[in-house]
Write a protein that binds this ligand. Sequence first.
Ligand SMILES: Nc1nc2c(ncn2[C@@H]2O[C@H](COP(=O)(O)OP(=O)(O)OP(=O)(O)O)[C@@H](O)[C@H]2O)c(=O)[nH]1
Ligand SMILES: [Mg+2]
Ligand SMILES: [Zn+2]
Length: 412
Amino acid sequence: MGNRVAAKIAPRLTGKKTAARRGCMSVADCVFYGDDTTPRTSAAVSSDAPDIPLPEDDTPRRVDKRKNVEKLWRKGTSRWRYAGDGESDSDTIHRRRSAPRMHQVVRPENERDAIIIEVGGPTITLLDGDEEVRARPRRSTTTENPGSSLIVIGDRVRYLDAGVGEAIVSHVYARRTALSRTSIIDRDVADVLVANIDLLVIVGAASNELLRPGLIDRYLIAAAMGGLDALILINKMDLVDDEDLAVVTDITAMYRDAGYTVLFTSCVTGEGLEALHGALKDKLSAFSGHSGVGKTSLLNRIVPDAREKIAELSDQSQRGIHTTTKSILYELADGGFIADTPGIREFGLFFFDKIDLHTYYPEFVRFADRCHYASCTHTHEPGCAVIQAVEDDEIHPLRYKNYLQIFESEGR
Ligand SMILES: Nc1nc2c(ncn2[C@@H]2O[C@H](COP(=O)(O)OP(=O)(O)OP(=O)(O)O)[C@@H](O)[C@H]2O)c(=O)[nH]1
Ligand SMILES: [Mg+2]
Ligand SMILES: [Zn+2]
């Protein structure tokens, strides 16, 4: 596991533990199943236990509860449905079996707190102090984050080790921050990519194919909605030719003018890696972006022990082939933590009021209060100061075009 997160991260990530617990004012505030007001931590299911089918004359109440479990599981685990075979956007859906088959009574005092440091595939890895623990969620797992992925990298959880080789995640605490997109399976569910981090590093590559301002804009909005700071990083600067350079220069100027920080790097020449180190120092950060832009290559450069798998880009489009299938959190030598995440193709924004969309565009906000109508959507209204600013070249037309596209296609 190389230089994987060490004990230091636990207090950092769990720092809000008490507050989060306090925030969960009562048992009823947490998500439980059916009409049962007893936290499920008193009972959990062991995967290694022998298969004992439920009795045929199962009571209706119990059946109801199992239905609710299924509902919650399906609502809350969009991330878990991905098989992790490299296609994080379109993988096979893994359905849970319809009911737990064996109940094992476990005492709550056996439970401990931990951080999720690896997610992808059927099991996850927790960090409890210095110790890495393999674990699985169960139907009985409760969460303070209803309507979103059940367990993602960075989550603070409670788990119990029933001594059967694999621990059980019994509860997921409320997230301090979250990078969410709309689940491709259920639009009402937030597919959370990473939780409890401070800084999102949106990685693009310096080529026409892999620099996608539409995707960057969505990331920027989602980061702001989820309480994260964002940084734009353009990698593969060693490959840039004259034609690409003009595009890259224009687009990066657009983001810098809007008020964002843009870094340029190359994993081949080492350009910009020192500046990247500086930006990540003492922060909890995550790389995210399209597949093939070099997220894992950057991670391998800044965490030399990591040696995560990267792949040659085989197709002509250079778009990447989803090499990384797990999200993993690493410690940085000079302070801070960084997560590598699988590449994504689509980023549907999760719930926002259309009227608020412009508030996620810092350069629009500068003009919006001069619009004629207080409720101006900046799409067509006469006397709109934002539209005027686009005409006067004070707002980049590409940002405005993307704004219109998002306004039309998403939000409520
Ligand atoms: N020339 C050049 N190639 C790079 C650079 N960074 C990464 N690559 C190459 O780009 C390809 C993809 O790199 P990865 O690090 O696997 O990309 P990724 O973003 O992690 O991709 P996914 O895991 O699929 O999301 C590999 O062949 C790398 O060698 C760079 O700065 N310059
Ligand atoms: Mg990767
Ligand atoms: Zn306006």
